[in-house]
Design a protein around this ligand. Structure first.
Ligand SMILES: O=c1ccn([C@@H]2O[C@H](COP(=O)(O)OP(=O)(O)O[C@H]3OC[C@@H](O)[C@H](O)[C@H]3O)[C@@H](O)[C@H]2O)c(=O)[nH]1
Length: 328
């Protein structure tokens, strides 16, 4: 894939910056387009940076015409489930109008390949597990709805204008660059593993565990945790798929294995030598008891299989960013 450029919207963010780094190592220049609303300028280190908003269609079109990227990977979005319930306007604007703006800019600039960050949140509460791509997508919060609408937009632009796309439905992104150059920085931080590590490091008093009375093996919620470097790799595979003329796809990115909150806490204890102080709280609104992927379509269509997504590696790579070392 060498010698090419790829436009990376949201490339200053958590998954976007890990992907930009990986693209560079594959000989591709990532052109990061980001409004820095939640991204970090210091995470843009592997190619040019353009400060801009995806809602600015004209600016996006000019950037595409100037850099002539072979594809766009679209990470830029708002991504807090709870906030989406309180402020749906922000989510429909950034995630739906933002996608419309990007699609129209791409059409204007003649850019035909798009890789999109979708989410397991598009499935809502699944009727059965593991979750296959053919199962109904019935999101239960505005965030999931905006991601599903964006998937429909991609499909409609593909039919009408010949767009080629891959929609990647991430399960729970976690971990950090194994070389230690990038970590997970969200403000506010709401995700389980970073908050658990903050508690283990004594930087917050304790981790609140939202519910221990679910119908799961140990009563806590089960999720499919996938390492951010594995997610980054899936974007490379998705681009290669489109570059060789592969068809449009929507695929799950997960491991196929569910882990409970208590399993995560046990792993942190064992790997870092620091236990996580906890307080059991009532269930968090909108949390499905268990979510994990059927990962077989990503394997058969993209050749994707996770390399870093065992719980020990996830914790070992994430811990240093919270001042915690791994036990030798
Ligand atoms: O402080 C916390 C945070 C989280 N949790 C629990 O840990 C589990 C994971 O929660 P996270 O907030 O990390 O992630 P979620 O499973 O809610 O993922 C969701 O939000 C982030 C989106 O980008 C994902 O697409 C979506 O699936 C849930 O069961 C949650 O209730 C806690 O018990 N305490």
């Amino acid at each position: 894939m060498g010698g090419r450029r790829i436009l990376v919207t949201g490339g200053a963010g958590y998954i976007g910056s890990h992907t930009a780094k990986l693209l560079r190592s594959r000989g591709v220049e990532p052109v990061v387009y980001d409004n820095l609303a939640t991204g970090n300028r210091s995470s843009v280190r592997w190619g040019p940076f353009v400060h801009g908003d995806v809602l600015d269609t004209l600016h996006l079109t000019r950037v595409m015409e100037r850099f002539q990227p072979a594809a766009v990977i679209h990470f830029a979005a708002s991504a807090y489930v709870g906030e989406s319930v309180e402020d749906p306007s922000k989510y429909y604007r950034n995630n739906v109008t933002g996608m419309l703006s990007l699609l129209d800019a791409a059409r204007q600039a003649g850019l035909e390949k798009m890789i999109f960050s979708s989410s397991c949140a598009t499935y809502g509460v699944p009727a059965s597990l593991p979750i296959a791509e053919t199962m109904p997508q019935v999101p239960i919060n505005p965030y999931g709805k905006t991601k599903l609408i964006a998937e429909h937009m991609l499909a409609d632009y593909a039919v009408a204008f010949g767009l080629h796309y891959v929609a990647l439905r991430y399960f729970n992104a976690c971990g950090a660059d194994p070389e230690g150059e990038l970590g997970e920085w969200h403000d506010p931080e709401t995700h389980l593993i970073p908050r658990a590590l903050l508690a283990a490091a004594g930087r917050i008093e304790r981790l609140e565990v939202f519910g221990d009375d679910y119908d799961t093996a140990d009563g806590t919620c089960v999720r499919d945790y996938i390492h951010v470097s594995d997610l980054a790799w899936a974007h490379v595979l998705a681009y290669e798929h489109l570059a060789r003329g592969g068809g449009n796809l929507a695929v799950n990115l997960g491991t196929g294995r569910g882990a409970s909150i208590l399993e995560i806490l046990e792993t942190i204890d064992r790997v870092t030598g620091h236990s996580v102080p906890i307080a059991i709280q009532p269930r968090r609104a909108g949390d499905p008891p268990a979510l994990y992927a059927d990962p077989s379509l990503a394997r058969s269509t993209l050749g994707f299989s996770p390399q870093y997504s065992d719980l020990d590696t996830i914790v070992r790579t994430a811990a240093p960013f919270f001042g915690l070392g791994a036990r030798p």
